[in-house]
Every structure is written in structure tokens, then in C-alpha cells.
Design a protein around this ligand. Structure first.
Ligand code: ZN
Ligand code: ZN
Length: 356
């Protein structure tokens, strides 16, 4: 952990600050080991403090590693405690994460702290881009739990069952396999609903001939998984087959192109071109994929704007889709880890069209 603190301090010059207040929960966790959502981390050149209140003190003392001291803010509150520590350590410029501090919190810190507050973008999240072998193991287990849930849900996909029931069962199966919860509320979209990439599960009953898209994932030891499979209830008609085969080919080719040294834009273009050449360009309106870790959506991405270079040890989803209005849609998504010369797929569920 002290190693991570050193990396945080190396960023002080880019932050143009001599200390940083970390409030993004995933960053707090990554840097300190503290897993609860309540608390902030103050890192100065010489010291580091995890601030939380009485309710979480024992947990913090148990989890926080190395040279980070746990501080109880119960009697004075966060702004006053941060102000006092800044004074003690002679901080003149305090960086704060502008994505996660509310305007009200900003006002409170501004009024209490004598140091100048410096808003910073997601610099600290970059610490988490390349995963350690231990993190990859947890992500592998999380994705494996998704695979198990997918194989268990298949017998339940029958006419008359609602999308909400399927979503509830996916959640149940993943928790029965050791997940602490969903990494996001499961998407179960059947029939025409599958034409909406992020449809909310509804009371709609599955019907014969439906596409059923299930996009789901779990949290295992803090790490998220993400996968999507689309199946057909009964025999697929020719148009369903055409769309499915196209998404399948786009996903396979994008995976084949995925390796360190490429930009997310280049990999995205592989899938996008295949779909566009077949005349469905307007039906793939989202990015090809995103990174995953302590959070379900992390940087970098694979999309039409991503110029950052992919590196070994990054996690990436590959999830092309085609969504046809008033008809339905298909998405296929795997979560993979980039290796020295390509990728390793962490998902094993069948990708060839499943007709139930
Ligand atoms: Zn997904
Ligand atoms: Zn995803």
C-alpha cells in the first residue's frame, strides 16, 4: 500500500497541489484498503489519513494498511478535521476530486480550510487502470460467477415468465455463488424491448420468437463483472439470424484485433465497420466497450473517440450490438484482460446463437 501512496504523491506536480483529498470511493479503497463507502482520504507529502466516523472506526482500523492513520471525525465533522490537518502539515494547495465532491461539500471545505482548493479530474483513477494479478483473479472469479448464473438461467427462459423474474433469478444465482450483489441492476429485455440497449426489466412476459437480451454482472470481493448474452425463445427467424450472426462476427473480429498498443478507437472501428458495411451502422449507437474493476464503468474505453493506448493488464469489455426499432436487438458482451500479445477472455458462456 505504501507503494500506492508513493504513486499518489508523484502526481502532486500534475495536480499543482501539495496534498490531495480523495473522495472517490473506489480510489479511497484502492489506495487505503478501506472498503466502506463512508470516509475520505487525505494524502500529504509526509503523511496520510483515512477520515471516517465512529460507526466505521473498527472496520477502518482493521482494513487500512501501512502508513495511513485512521482519524475519527465524529466530534467535529470532515471540513474542520481536514482544515486542522492541513494547518498542521502546512498545506497551501489542496487538490480535491471534482467528479465526486458535491457543490455543498465544496462550499463547506472552502469555508473551513485555509489552503486553496484545487479541482482535479480523474487523475487518481488512472492508478487503477492496470490491474495487479490479485485483482485479475477477483475479476476472473466475478466473471465466472456470471457464467454460472447464465447456464442456470437458461432453463427458466420460457414463455409466460416476466423480465423482472429473470432479473431477480440472475441476481439470486450470482449471490448463491458468492457474489456480494449486482455490479449494476440486471438488464433483461425481451421482444421489442430488446431494441433498447439499456431497457429496464419490466413485467412483460416472454413470448415464443422473442429475442431475450440479458446484460448482468456481480461484485466479488469488491470487483465487478459484466457480460451480455442474447438468446431466442424458439426458432430464430431469418432476420433474427442475420442480426445475430452480424453481431457475433463483429464481436469475434473486434476481439481478434484487441491487443496492447492499439487505441480503443481502433478496436471500436473493427466492429463498427463490419456492422456499417452490412447496412446496420445506425443501429449500433454506443461504444464497443469499457474497462471494469472496482467500478463497473472505468476508463479507458473502446469507442469512436478513445485515443488512449491499451496496455497489458487492462480489463476491457467487448460488446457490440444492433438495435432495430420496432423489431428487437442483439448484444454480445465478454469481459477480457489484455495480455502481452492479445487478450484472455474471462467469459466462457456460449456465444453461438442459442435457440431455446
Ligand atoms: Zn454489460
Ligand atoms: Zn459493459
Amino acid at each position: 500500500m505504501s507503494d500506492v501512496l508513493a504513486r499518489v504523491r508523484e502526481m502532486f506536480p500534475i495536480m499543482k497541489a501539495d496534498a490531495v483529498l480523495v473522495s472517490d470511493h473506489a480510489n479511497v479503497r484502492y489506495i487505503s484498503g478501506y472498503t466502506n463507502d463512508t470516509g475520505v482520504l487525505l494524502v500529504t507529502k509526509e503523511a496520510a489519513f483515512l477520515l471516517t466516523d465512529f460507526r466505521f472506526l473498527f472496520q477502518a482500523q482493521e482494513e487500512v494498511k501501512g502508513l495511513i492513520q485512521v482519524v475519527d471525525i465524529s466530534s467535529v465533522g470532515y471540513p474542520a478535521m481536514v482544515a486542522e490537518l492541513c494547518k498542521t502539515y502546512g498545506i497551501s494547495k489542496l487538490a480535491f476530486e471534482r467528479e465526486t465532491v458535491t457543490y455543498r461539500e465544496f462550499e463547506e471545505y472552502r469555508d473551513a480550510v485555509s489552503a486553496v482548493l484545487v479541482p482535479i479530474p480523474k487523475y487518481l483513477s488512472e492508478l487503477r487502470w492496470i490491474k495487479t494479478p490479485e485483482e485479475i483473479e477477483k475479476l476472473r472469479t466475478a466473471e465466472h460467477i456470471g457464467d454460472l448464473a447464465f447456464s442456470e438461467i437458461l432453463p427458466h427462459l420460457k414463455p409466460g415468465v416476466t423480465e423482472l423474474e429473470i432479473a431477480a433469478k440472475l441476481t439470486y444465482f450470482m449471490q448463491m455463488h458468492g457474489a456480494s450483489g449486482n455490479s449494476f441492476p440486471p438488464i433483461v429485455a425481451s421482444g421489442i424491448n430488446s431494441s433498447m440497449p439499456h431497457a429496464m426489466p419490466s413485467g412483460r412476459k416472454l413470448e415464443k420468437g422473442d429475442f431475450v437480451t440479458m446484460d448482468f454482472g456481480c461484485v466479488y470481493q469488491g470487483y465487478c463483472s459484466d457480460m451480455t448474452r442474447t438468446v431466442v425463445l424458439g426458432k430464430a427467424d431469418p432476420k433474427q439470424k442475420e442480426i445475430y450472426d452480424l453481431v457475433y462476427r463483429a464481436q469475434t473480429e473486434a476481439l481478434a484485433a484487441l491487443r496492447p498498443g492499439k487505441t480503443g478507437m481502433e478496436v471500436d472501428a473493427v466492429a463498427r465497420n463490419i456492422i456499417a458495411e452490412a447496412g446496420y451502422g445506425d443501429c449500433f449507437g454506443h461504444g464497443l466497450g469499457h474497462s471494469v474493476g472496482l467500478e463497473i464503468h472505468e476508463d479507458p474505453n473502446c469507442n469512436t473517440r478513445e485515443t488512449r493506448i491499451l496496455k497489458e493488464g487492462m480489463i476491457m469489455t467487448v460488446e457490440p450490438g444492433i438495435y432495430v426499432k420496432d423489431f428487437g436487438g442483439v448484444r454480445i458482451e465478454d469481459m477480457v484482460v489484455l495480455t502481452a500479445d492479445g487478450y484472455e477472455n474471462l467469459a466462457f458462456s456460449e456465444k453461438k446463437l442459442i435457440e431455446l
